[in-house]
Write a protein that binds this ligand. Structure first.
Ligand SMILES: [Zn+2]
Length: 298
């Protein structure tokens, strides 16, 4: 475990991560429309990587949902041949004077389900949030949502939301400090240690590296004391996780550097080396960093 993460400038352009059957696997994984397949966060990540632009569109339509659910909703609507449009539960549509058309099937999203804690077994850490009174919430796929196009009734116009994120707000909310860049040995785009990050002033994609380094902090890569897993993540998985977060937010915010990110991460997915747990961690950290940087609403 490295207490600090430095990046050779070649990190994002190393071709050794690309496998020979890359294209085939990508198509096979992204093309599925089954709920159980969609519930696999690696499949959702693969879709985000292979369908650039969807993240940004999905945010505009489903900004009230987690980033994973935004992608889940988008993929299912595409699977039904429907455009990206607001989604709501049966009852929420009814309150708006709209009714689900006959024969329309709901789309499934992850929602927290409250479960009683079993004394004999701990639930997996990445899927739970501790609650009160011996219960915890677990994220389960539930078919509760319908798109505007699956309903009829009163006129409904959704407000269009443009994704916005402020780095200063996000850094402050997450208790991350930017320190003056320290020239370490070799060429580095940036680094993270404890709750500080440093960004090379010569870095052409500074915004992307900022998110990457913030992800290292949020994911606990820089705080050995916070690591409680019995397995120690390898440096390469940590880099794939941090870059995965950087990609998701660059894609969501439509910032440059997406191709560079994809090149680096896709190799990981096609080599089937990225654990499902890592895919979940990537979406979780992307959500936290995105939410932390929301401009103050007036
Ligand atoms: Zn890194």
């Amino acid at each position: 475990m490295n207490a600090q993460s430095n990046h050779p400038i070649t990190d994002t352009t190393d071709p050794q991560f690309l496998g020979p059957e890359a294209g085939q696997q990508a198509e096979g994984q992204a093309g599925g429309g089954q709920a159980h397949e969609l519930g696999d966060m690696r499949t959702i990540l693969q879709a985000a990587l292979t369908q650039p632009g969807v993240m940004n569109q999905a945010y505009r339509a489903f900004h009230n949902y987690s980033i994973g659910n935004q992608m889940l909703a988008a993929l299912q609507l595409f699977g039904k041949g429907l455009p990206l449009a607001p989604i709501a539960s049966f009852n929420a549509w009814r309150e708006k004077g709209r009714f689900v058309k006959k024969g329309e099937k709901a789309i499934s999203l992850f929602m927290p389900i409250s479960v009683k804690r079993r004394a004999d077994k701990d639930a997996p850490a990445e899927s739970v949030e501790a609650g009160e009174g011996g219960t915890f919430s677990m994220f389960m796929l539930r078919p509760n949502w319908f798109s505007l196009n699956q309903t009829e009734g009163d006129e409904f116009t959704a407000e269009s939301i443009t994704p916005a994120w402020d780095a200063v707000t996000a850094m402050a909310a997450l208790d991350i400090i930017e320190e003056p860049f320290e020239h370490l040995q070799g060429n580095h785009l940036g680094y993270a240690r404890a709750r500080s990050i440093g960004l090379n002033p010569m870095n052409p994609l500074k915004h992307k590296t900022r998110i990457h380094e913030m992800a290292h902090v949020v994911l606990g890569h820089t705080a050995i004391a916070e690591m409680h897993d019995d397995e120690i993540l390898t440096r390469q998985i940590e880099e794939a996780e941090a870059e995965g977060v950087a990609y998701l937010l660059c894609a969501l915010l439509d910032l440059p550097g997406q191709a560079e990110s994809r090149f680096y991460i896709q190799g990981w997915l096609q080599g089937a080396a990225l654990p499902e747990k890592s895919a979940k961690r990537i979406f979780g950290a992307a959500d936290r960093i995105m939410k932390a940087g929301q401009p103050v609403q007036h």
